[in-house]
Design a protein around this ligand. Structure first.
Ligand SMILES: Nc1ncnc2c1ncn2[C@@H]1O[C@H](COP(=O)(O)OP(=O)(O)OP(=O)(O)O)[C@@H](O)[C@H]1O
Length: 777
């Protein structure tokens, strides 16, 4: 498993193709550090090294335990496994396991919701003589301290307990590294009398007395804090415990590390995330009455913040070696829905737990109100700034000047927002209570889009929720989530995160406030200059070239799926029908050797037959049921360019088409192009050619569009591809394809045009399974 420190930094994904050409400079792009392949258009940068996507992912990525795809956004952590939120699903009832839900991970890979676990697994486990002891896995984040060596307050050692107890998670022969001693540190706060500060416990103190004192003091602090409006602490806060076994540090297993190496990691200057496994046998849980060896010693100051990194997971699995059946359960229940919740620890029953997610991308800094817990320990030089961590979220959001220097605040925010095993893309998991529902923006085939406002930050966003729950709807929706979360581009709808509600997953995206491209074009009260229109088509091309560079075919590109922001930029949306085309490096190598071509582009061609999308924008090869590739998107784009020129709907009644499903350029020109700059029409004609191979790629369309804008805006000469008469070009192309005689037949005027319309309509009737706009066969 790669170390989290390696992948927490978001890779700098840089578009270089654009700059290269627009500057006209001959810039040499170095190849991928690993495969040496030329990096075209997009690349990943880490520590000054450049990588192609494939190599970046394989080197630094973490795969979802369910779908095996890279995790780039929020991550749900279950034991040693990571999941996409949309993959964090009960394998029996298929409900999503969300924030605060109970779940169990059985045999390290079988995920059940609490109910199903009880129903299905418990009898089996009870019957098994090899049932392993209950244990929980907890992720604890330790923020940096000014003096890193102070983390020495936590002592670790190789575990000397008998092998029978090393049931484990790691299945290893060598001893565990466990926490042997830790001191609790409470920040001396000027506003709390000394006697109310949480004490430092020592190992020798009588356990019951220690527990009592801790609880009392914590309560007092809570009360005091609440009175003073600053604290929101729970008395039974989570803490590291003596005997906790360290499994991972910063996401890297400690299996092969020595005690000294782990110790050094713990003392590192940056934030440290440790995953610990805790024995949950009653001996260790009922601490007060027991011996020192089993006593829980609070070792940390727990702070409630708006971002979190505490992950608790109950796992239960059959041990490799027989062990004694576990003893009756002991339960410490969390307060569901409260700001600080605890894990519910039981023997072999699922636990209700709060902070299961380890994403917290910018939760704190954006004011996300995901309530989380965070463990801090070690002395802090700047006690005031630490005290800020103890403020309730509302307090933190207050406008009053903070006593903390901005730099310190920043670093604390950074510390909090570090996601475990995720990119720093600001994907979040929202709670329904965080979002105030607004108007329904519209309904699609499977679901609806609702405008929402974040209760805390005031961000306006969109929730896309399903109203159909059949398998097809679920599949399409999940697919859209899985595609969208991979994408990050200014011309692609921004994915913000997910929301669990009633065991259903909803997608949260940016709200695009300017309406759809179709709405704008058809609203003739809005004046749109030719430059503005050229900018629209350029933006779509930019978004689409990004998609294709990510090996994604949209397959439903149309003017209703392009949204316009207030600043008039266009974003491409709606990825429910998108197709991710696998591009295996080995295939690319073979392709390169076979064709002598640079294997850099070209999708694996002519493999797809599924007819999806809206027939008005659908490429002829797809309408004809032939195999197709990414060039279907270029055809749809050509139709959008026609809509932009003519400001009519793409319905063939308005936008003239031929019987062969191509664009009837002559008629279109006659009806709509009196004032249209010829190169813009030429762009539409180039893209809507019948022969897919002749359609330009979006990468080259980006440059054509930029040149087109310069041509329209500043009178610079149009690029040679767009020069000449579009109608002449079209005639020649048709002649090449059909010969003169057939060409005439393929697009004879009115009666034939009716045929073409009927054909498209028929086609539509045949392929549309339900509702308008989404055709599937
Ligand atoms: N992020 C958004 N910002 C602004 N408006 C949106 C957003 N997402 C959706 N809408 C509006 O809501 C409508 C419905 O969107 P939705 O994605 O549910 O369906 P659709 O894309 O129209 O159809 P389908 O998903 O079946 O292709 C859209 O047509 C658009 O007008």
């Amino acid at each position: 498993m790669p170390g989290s420190s390696e992948i927490e930094d978001s890779p700098a994904t840089v578009e270089v193709g654009k700059d290269k050409r627009s500057l006209g400079a001959d810039i040499h792009m170095p190849g991928c550090t690993v495969c040496q392949r030329c990096l075209n258009n997009w690349y990943f940068e880490k520590d000054g090294q450049l990588y192609c996507r494939h190599d970046y992912w394989s080197k630094f990525g973490t795969a979802c335990n369910s779908c095996s795809q890279l995790i780039t956004g929020p991550v749900m952590v279950a034991g040693e496994h990571r999941y996409h939120p949309e993959c964090f699903q009960c394998q029996k009832c298929l409900s999503y396991i969300g924030d605060g839900d109970t779940y169990a991970l059985v045999e390290r890979s079988k995920l059940f919701c609490g109910r199903c676990y009880k129903e299905v697994t418990r009898p089996l486990l009870t019957a098994s003589p090899h049932r392993r002891k209950p244990h929980c896995i907890q992720l604890v984040e330790i923020p940096p301290t000014p003096d890193a060596s102070k983390r020495g307050a936590v002592h670790i050692a190789a575990d000397q307990s008998p092998v029978s107890y090393r049931h484990s998670y790691n299945d290893r022969a060598q001893p565990f590294i466990t926490i042997t001693e830790a001191l609790e540190h409470v920040l001396p706060r000027p506003d709390i009398p000394h006697e109310h500060q949480r004490p430092v416990f020592t190992k020798s103190e009588a356990p019951r007395a220690r527990q009592k004192r801790a609880t009392r003091t914590a309560r007092e602090i809570t009360t005091l804090g609440k009175d003073s409006g600053e604290l929101d602490l729970s008395p039974d806060l989570e803490s590291l415990k003596i005997g906790d076994r360290i499994l991972e540090v910063n996401g890297s297993t400690v299996k092969d590390k020595t005690v000294e190496e782990v110790d050094a990691l713990l003392k590192s200057k940056s934030t440290v995330q440790i995953t610990v496994e805790r024995d949950l046998s009653p001996l260790r849980i009922n601490t007060e009455a027991d011996s020192n060896a089993t006593t829980v010693i609070p070792t940390t100051t727990l702070t409630t913040t708006t971002a979190a990194t505490t992950t608790t997971t109950l796992t239960s699995s059959t041990p490799p070696t027989p062990s004694t059946p576990s003893t009756p359960s002991s339960i410490s229940e969390g307060s569901v829905g409260s700001e600080v919740e605890q894990s519910l620890v039981i023997n072999d029953t699922p636990v209700r737990l709060r902070p299961k997610q380890s994403l917290r991308a910018r939760g704190a800094s954006t004011g996300s109100s995901i309530p989380d817990t965070k463990l801090h320990f070690g002395p802090f030089a700047n006690t005031k700034s630490q005290a800020l961590c103890l403020h309730s979220p509302s307090r933190r959001r207050s406008k009053s000047p903070s006593p903390v220097p901005p730099s310190r605040q920043k670093s604390m925010d950074l510390g909090r927002s570090a996601s475990f095993h995720t990119h720093s893309q600001d994907h979040r998991v929202f709670r329904a209570s965080d979002l105030i529902p607004g108007e329904v923006l519209g309904q699609g085939f499977f679901g609806q889009a609702i405008k929402v406002t974040h209760r805390v930050t005031g961000e306006v966003m969109v929730i896309k929720e399903l109203f159909r729950f059949d398998e097809e709807a679920q599949k399409s929706f999940l697919h859209e989530v899985s595609v969208l979360r991979k994408l990050e581009n200014p011309y692609v709808l921004k994915f913000l995160g997910v929301l669990y509600r009633d065991k259903k997953l909803n997608m949260v995206t940016e709200y695009v406030d300017g309406g759809t491209l179709s709405d704008i074009l058809l609203n003739h009260s809005i004046d749109l200059s030719w430059v503005q229109r050229a900018k629209f088509v350029k933006d779509i091309s930019m978004g689409m070239s990004y998609l294709h560079s990510m090996n994604i075919i949209h397959r439903d590109l149309n003017s209703r799926n392009c949204f316009i922001r207030k600043d008039q930029t266009v974003v491409v949306a709606d990825f429910g029908l998108a197709k991710i085309v696998p591009r295996h490096p080995e295939l690319m190598r073979v392709e390169k050797e076979k064709n002598g071509r640079s294997g850099k582009k070209r999708f694996q061609r002519k493999k797809r037959h599924t007819v999806v999308g809206n027939p008005y924008w659908m490429a002829p090869e797809m309408l004809n049921g032939a195999s197709y590739d990414e060039k279907v998107d270029v055809f749809s784009y050509g139709i959008i360019v026609c809509e932009v020129i003519a400001r009519v709907s793409a319905d063939p009644d308005d936008l003239p088409r031929c019987v062969d499903f191509g664009l009837n350029v002559e008629l279109f020109h006659k009806k709509f192009c009196q004032n249209c700059p010829e190169p813009l029409l030429m762009l539409a004609v180039l893209c809507s050619q019948l022969e897919p191979n002749k359609r330009p790629s979006f990468e080259s369309l980006n440059h054509l569009c930029e040149a087109l804008i310069l041509h329209i805006e500043h009178g610079m000469s149009a690029p040679h591809e767009l020069q000449g008469s579009a109608v002449e070009f079209y005639r020649r192309a048709k002649d090449e394809l059909y010969g003169t005689h057939d060409r005439k037949r393929s697009e004879s005027p009115t009666p034939k045009r009716r045929t073409s319309l009927n054909t498209i309509e028929e086609r539509k009737a045949r392929v549309v399974s339900e509702g308008e706009g989404c055709a599937k066969t």
